[in-house]
Each structure stands twice: as C-alpha cells, then as structure tokens.
Design a protein around this ligand. Structure first.
Ligand code: UD1
Length: 418
C-alpha cells in the first residue's frame, strides 16, 4: 500500500490536462457487450475502476486489450451472464452490466454492487424500470437474477433522476422491441456522452441532457471507435486545489458549463475565473471568503462528487459555510480527518457547518473514500507542514497520475510504499 507525503504551503501554477471522465468511461465498458464487434475507447483513464470493469468483461469471456491509453473490447466470444461478487463488490458501476447483459443474453446474475461506502445506495429504481421492460427479477443470497424472453420498450418515470438508473435503462432499451420513453431522467453530461456513444453504434437515442430520453429499439449495433468526454470532477478538483493553495492554473479539456455550479461557487469565494471553449483558468490571490451555503443536487446543481473538496476549501476561508449533502447519507467521512488538521467543522445529519480558520496544519490522515480522499490531499497541499495521506486505493479509483499532475503544478508531493 502506498501513501502520499505532502509538504504543504506551495502555490500552484501551470496547466493540467484532464483525463477522460471516469463516470463516462465506466458505462461505455458495459455498453461494449451490446455488440459482438470490436469497440475501442480512446484515451481511457488509468484508474483502478476502469481496470475493474475490464476484469468484469474478461470474466464474461470478452477479450480486453490495452494499447497505451486506448482499450479495445472484443466481446464476440462473451458467453457468461454472471459476475462474481469479488468484482461487483469492488465497483458500483458493475450494476450497469444488468442492462447490457439483458440486452445481450436475456439473463444477468450479479452480486449486489459495491463502490464507495457513502450511504445506502439502493438500486430499486434500476430494478423497477427493468421490470416495466418485461424483466423478471429474483434476489437471493446477495445476488440479483434477471431474466426475460425479450426486452420491451416501455414508458418509465424515475422518481429521482438517478444517473446509474438512467444509464442502465438506456443500455436495456437500445435493442428492445419498440420505443422506451424515460421521464425524470438524470441530465448529467455523462448521459449525453453515453447517448453519443450508443448512437455511434447505430442506436436511436435522443433527448439526453434533458429530463425525457427516448430510445427506439434497433435490431443490430455495430462496433465503434470513440473518444469519451473529459472528467469535469477531476477538473473541479484541480481548480479547488489552486483556490486552496493560491496561484493560477489552467485546466484543459473541460467546458465551463459542465461545472458551472462549481465555478459560480469559486467566484463567490473570491477566485477569478475565465472559461473559453474547453479551457478553464483560475486565479486565487488573497484569503478567500466562505461560501454561505452549498447544497448538492443532481446536474446542473452542485455535484456531490465535489462536496468533499469544497468542504476542504471552506476550512481556511474567512467566515462560515453551511454545506448540505442531499444525495448520499454518509458522505462526510473526510470531516474527522480534516479536524485532525485543525479544521473547525460540525456535522449534523446531512449538514456540515464549517467555520474558517486561518490555516490547517499537517497530519497523518486516512482516505476513506474516493472524493473524500481527494479532499484530504487538497487540504494537505494548503496546510502548514507535512502531511501523510494513507490508503490511496480509494483515490486511485478515480484519479490518474495525481501526484505527477500536482508536482507539475508546483506542489511538493511524493508517493512512497508503506
Ligand atoms: C453516479 C456517479 C457518482 C455520483 C452520483 C451522483 C457513476 C459511475 N457514479 O453514481 O460518482 O456521485 O452519480 O451524481 O456515474 N438511488 C436510489 N435508488 C436507485 C438508484 C439511486 O434511491 O435505484 C439514490 C442513491 O441512493 C443516491 C441517489 O439516488 O442517494 C443518487 O444516486 P445515482 O444518481 O444513482 O448515483 P450513481 O449512479 O450510483
């Protein structure tokens, strides 16, 4: 197991190239089994969640080859509809496999999905939508068994705009008989990316990015060579790093409107921001002001995946911030670690009240989940003295080359074996 050793207090300066989006790429791996022709995903991020999806596909009998950063999936020999608990337990995105396995084999047996331990994360919305499409579902011994004679297009209304459920329904609907009209869909940019990918395979999906997505089932899907969108959460993480440390950076690859809610909050803090095409420039000069209130919401609201990093930022701003986590129940695991660094934070249920202190100090801290772990790295970059961030496996799930990218921006970061 590795740890990061960070000497805090360096200003950040320079330019950082953003990786392909984790949350766009993971459903594409699942979509690769919708066809028996080769699918190439260009510039896949070197993160362990992507490797885990590749492993799941191999377990199904598909061939997955990495050529540099590009991945080709050839699932012509895929024969299995079962995913072992060892793999689904690693990764929540394995739940997307339900929709694509049903399309391919009319059957799917998967263990209940894992991923970050940030709350209950039920999958009832996925399952009730699949039922409406003609799927029979049995749950036994921690496994879900889904079967159908054929998938039927259906009118589906989601009570909550779940990202994963929206993506799963698209994967089940692309080759279903008839048309699926999904209302109350999630509007995240990654859904638009999935629509683009599926349409490049020959699917007929429209409306992604709005709350009604329509899918006309087609008979066949072909292979595709596709470059996914860039990672708005990774981009947001580097912008917040610079806001905390002071300095000026440019992130390349992400359009400002995809993280408009974050840019709005960073301007409220006192950062100067310009965005043009797919570049965002941020300058942070003097001590920032706390955000009065941040509430996480589905897109285009403030992303829950940037809540922890923003909490870290507010720790050293002037004033007091109220941060409300509406999406996941237990997404404040980073708070006790930030407190070890001198942060003044009080958590009451889903709300964190952050009172800004002038500086945090270095400490030995443990990453408990992916974004919470990133938040601790950011806090350590801005803190006085040296910090050690332990249990990097969570951070490796979603950030490629974190220490190199930070070093290039002028941070003092070393990754060492424990
Ligand atoms: C995806 C993202 C994750 C992000 C989240 C919210 C991927 C791989 N992961 O996760 O990074 O934090 O969106 O933007 O894209 N819910 C139910 N029943 C369901 C499904 C969801 O109650 O059947 C609830 C969840 O418990 C949670 C909320 O809906 O409270 C949001 O979940 P959802 O949008 O489905 O998130 P994920 O797809 O898991």
């Amino acid at each position: 197991m590795d740890k990061l050793i960070i000497d805090g207090g360096r200003r950040l300066c320079g330019s950082v190239e953003i990786q392909s989006a984790k949350n766009a790429v993971l459903p594409l791996f699942a979509a690769a089994v919708l066809t028996d022709q080769p699918v190439t995903i260009r510039d896949a991020p070197a993160i362990t969640d992507a490797l885990c999806m590749a492993q799941i596909l191999r377990e199904l009998g598909a061939e997955v080859r990495f050529h540099g950063a590009d991945v080709t999936v050839d699932s012509s020999d895929a024969h299995s509809h079962e995913i072992s608990s060892a793999l689904t337990g690693e990764l929540r995105s394995s739940v997307f496999m339900l929709g694509s396995l049903l399309t391919r084999f009319r059957r799917a047996r998967i263990a209940y999905p894992g991923g970050c331990d940030i709350g209950l994360r039920p999958i009832d919305l996925h399952l009730s939508a699949l039922k409406r499409m003609g799927v029979e579902i049995a749950e036994r011994d921690g496994y879900i068994l889904c079967t159908c004679d054929r998938l039927r297009g259906a009118e589906i209304l989601l009570d909550f705009p779940s990202v994963g459920a929206t993506e799963n329904i698209l994967l089940a609907a692309v080759k279903a008989e008839g048309t699926t009209v999904l209302s109350g869909a999630a509007k995240e940019p990654e859904i638009v990316d999935l629509q683009n990918f599926l349409n490049a395979m020959g699917a007929k999906v429209r409306g992604a990015g709005t709350d009604v997505v329509t899918v006309e089932g087609v008979k066949e899907l072909s292979g595709v060579d596709y470059r996914p969108m860039k990672d708005r959460i990774e981009a947001g993480t580097y912008l917040i790093a610079c806001a905390i440390c002071g300095g000026e950076i440019e992130v390349r690859g992400v359009r400002g409107e995809n993280i408009g809610s974050l840019l709005h909050k960073l301007r409220e803090n006192g950062c100067k921001i310009h965005s043009k095409n797919d570049k965002i420039y941020l300058e942070s000069r003097s001590r920032l002001r706390c955000n009065r209130r941040i509430e996480t919401m589905p897109f285009p609201g403030f992303p829950t995946d940037l809540q922890a990093q923003t909490t870290a930022l507010n720790c050293t701003c002037e004033g007091c911030a109220v941060i409300v986590e509406n999406l996941f129940e237990t997404r404040f695991k980073h708070v006790p670690e930030l407190q070890k660094m001198g942060a003044d934070i009080e958590v009451k249920g889903r709300t964190a009240i952050v009172r800004g202190v002038p500086r945090l100090h270095g400490a030995r801290i443990v990453a408990g989940d992916l974004r919470g772990g990133a938040a601790l790295v950011l806090a350590a970059l801005g803190a006085e003295g040296t910090s050690e961030v332990l249990d990097l496996s969570h951070i490796d799930r979603g950030y490629s080359d974190l220490q190199y990218k930070l070093k290039n921006l002028g941070a003092e970061v070393r990754r060492v074996r424990v």
